[in-house]
Design a protein around this ligand. Structure first.
Ligand code: SF4
Ligand code: SF4
Length: 151
């Protein structure tokens, strides 16, 4: 995939995203299948001194389903959004005819990136400024780490 295809409208680099072509979504799907084959749900529904941890099985399945869903085989530019979910940033860029938010004079004050901040912090702003100032070509070599906990 080309650098531009992997550059999200918001300036994040999709190839760095934990959902992008990951293995854990597929493995989670396989685990779910195995658990269903074993009818593990019935096993956990019986109160027994053995395996009291399995009382949290429903919550575990909720997480497992989320792991299965959160997989992107393409970047959001071609795939339509994070894990193919609709994204207001993409909608806004398309309405304005922009290739990405770096073309928007107002990106520094835009509130549409708020939902990305808890995990991505300043990455969006760093990347958007980088692309706006120096262009798309080769920008990914100067990109910010995707997640707050990465260096
Ligand atoms: S779907 Fe939206 S928020 Fe997610 S990476 Fe793409 S443009 Fe950014
Ligand atoms: S207002 Fe500008 S910066 Fe905000 S989402 Fe739309 S195009 Fe991007």
């Amino acid at each position: 995939m080309q650098e531009k295809e992997l550059t999200a409208y918001c300036g994040l680099y999709c190839a760095d995203c934990i959902h992008f072509r990951n293995r854990h979504s597929k493995l989670a799907g396989q685990l779910k299948e195995e658990l269903e084959k074993a009818d593990f749900q019935s096993y956990t529904s019986v109160k027994s001194p053995f395996g009291s941890e399995f009382q949290h099985y429903d919550a575990f399945m909720e997480v497992l389903e989320a792991l299965i869903r959160h997989s992107c085989s393409e970047g959001c530019r071609t795939g339509g959004g994070c894990s193919a979910e609709p994204c207001r940033v993409i909608v806004c860029c398309k309405e304005k005819g922009y290739e990405g938010c770096w073309e928007c004079g107002d990106f520094k004050n835009c509130e549409k990136f708020e939902f990305l901040k808890p995990r991505c912090g300043d990455a969006v702003m760093h990347n958007l400024k980088e692309i706006r100032e120096r262009g798309l070509e080769g920008w990914s070599r100067r990109r910010s780490p995707f997640y707050n906990w990465q260096e």
